[in-house]
Design a protein around this ligand. Sequence first.
Ligand SMILES: NC(=O)c1ccc[n+]([C@@H]2O[C@H](COP(=O)([O-])OP(=O)(O)OC[C@H]3O[C@@H](n4cnc5c(N)ncnc54)[C@H](O)[C@@H]3O)[C@@H](O)[C@H]2O)c1
Ligand SMILES: O=C(O)[C@H](O)COP(=O)(O)O
Length: 619
Amino acid sequence: MSTSRALLSSPHGGAGPTFTRARARLAAPSIPFARCGALRARTAILSSPAATVPVTSSEPKRRISRSVSDSAPRAKPAVLVAEKLGEAGLDVLRQFADVECAYGMSPAELLAKVAQFDALVVRSGTKVTREVLEAGRGRLRVVGRAGVGIDNVDLQAATEAGCLVVNAPTANTVAAAEHGIALLACMARNVSQADAALKAGKWQRAKYVGVSLVGKTLAIMGFGKVGSEVARRAKGLGMHVIAHDPYAPADKARAIGAELVSFEEAIAKADFISLHMPLTPATSKVFNDESFGKMKTGVRIINVARGGVIDEDALVRALDSGKVAQAALDVFTVEPPAKDSKLVLHENVTVTPHLGASTVEAQEGVAIEIAEAVGGALRGELAATAVNAPMVPAEVLSELAPYVSLAEKLGRLAVQLVAGESGIKGVKVVYTSARDPDDLDTRLLRAMVTKGIVEPVSSTFVNLVNADYTAKQRGLRIAEERVSHDNAAAEAPLESIQVRLSHVQSKFAGAISDGGDIVVVGRVKYGVPHLTVVGPYEVDVSLEGNLILCRQIDQPGMIGKVGNILGQRNVNVSFMSVGRTSRGKQAIMAIGVDEEPDKKTLEKIGAIPAVEEFVFLEL
Ligand SMILES: NC(=O)c1ccc[n+]([C@@H]2O[C@H](COP(=O)([O-])OP(=O)(O)OC[C@H]3O[C@@H](n4cnc5c(N)ncnc54)[C@H](O)[C@@H]3O)[C@@H](O)[C@H]2O)c1
Ligand SMILES: O=C(O)[C@H](O)COP(=O)(O)O
């Protein structure tokens, strides 16, 4: 047998270098998601949130989080729909939830209401602020954005609250692209201005001479779902299409017949510029005096993305000076814009009230897409459209399921072995596996170790969404190490998981390894998590129910004595295992019990002369 070690990560529970593939998947903003439902699997990692207390509190508390595997019957979740949602989506929501539609609430009304709901569904008109998420803390688990843009949701605050944010990124793509093309053509031929004039009794054929599209250069800024669909359609109109998108693959653009260029080149060469990037700190007001100055005089601009990517005052100046000949805008920095907005009232500007996604077909699709995503998230599934949680493919989830449980239980055991006054800082998780490092995605496992360590000693709720954040907040440094194991069973993703807490004192000296750390190791046997090592002792006990660890002098009759005491008090023993360093020396007895023994029973065990120490641990 040979083993080799590789450090996966060290600081504050962040993902380490081994996760290149998985992280690339998370980092790339333009990855097209599969339709929701396609990449989902059931897992117990999204349960109800609660408030936060420090990790160093001395007494383990009872478990406070619910998980989807809990057997107690639950009431239907409650879903608050804050903006108009298509009937088809409401029907889907009503199949699993009590649904309240409260359209047009003021921010204060939303704040007052949100704590009564498990999920909140919004479109772009509702600001899901930190205050809203704080108000919902303790109950609100999911925010569903019925559309693409999530700039109206405070993602950081949602993550801190362990609230999963899902969106519906695909169903309105074509509608938005069609609206972009509609605005492009409308603007070029002065359709709305001429329409208004004629209705006012003015027949002004000379005034409304337009410009042609064919042969003109269109720059698409943001070559994602909508941008690429606009490109396809513009090619059909005979336009020359260039695009700027720092994250888009060049071959995707080439396949559509568009050329990817730099920001500077795009804005300098274009006759028409169509905006399709998200509103982020990097794109905020990226179209400003300076960038308008670099454009061709007489350029025309279309925006169906987000108002905030344009400095609207600068656009008014550029329109007044003639630098920008025309603009067609569906979106605004503040929606609705002020009634006296110079931009909206400008004679060279065509406006629509954020109608990009507003087709019958798109609204029906978005409603169903978000209803399914919210339902999945409430059931504890990881939706493919999760915005603030790692996407873990279904096949990975189902394979890792027993190890997810093992990781949480090892974390839970380890923290309960810590003596009251020690604050935990250093946690090391060692995965032994025969798999290639790239084939082992440990984000879920790391999150579950964090959950196991934090939850028993606090009222903090931890899930995949907020695990790394929670670890960082508490100063928990979670290092991961991968040990390659040549003769491990190759088809199993993992041979064992070790959780090691360094620089802490233990209330159970037997759990301290030679290196001075608290060490517990477990593995999955027949699909069930087992504890296999405590400190220097090998044991084998199924991690179900609760656990008593006893350290004693190895001698005959100990199992019988402890078993008798437990039997007399009606405590059912599910598993028992003894591990010793050598015959007649110290040994550890690990006893799995279905019920929680009362104090007297535990005292009786402690009073057996050979027993040096014991500890009762809740799993
Ligand atoms: N008006 C509407 O009703 C309506 C409807 C749908 C989408 N939208 C908006 O349109 C935009 C695009 O939506 P989508 O579905 O295509 O999203 P998307 O994520 O598929 O595409 C966005 C693209 O922008 C790119 N990008 C990011 N930063 C960039 C930058 N600094 N410069 C250039 N490109 C950058 C990304 O790489 C990505 O390819 C979003 O802002 C969305 O909210 C508006
Ligand atoms: O980002 C989006 O999906 C669009 O801006 C649509 O927003 P809406 O749902 O408010 O129409």
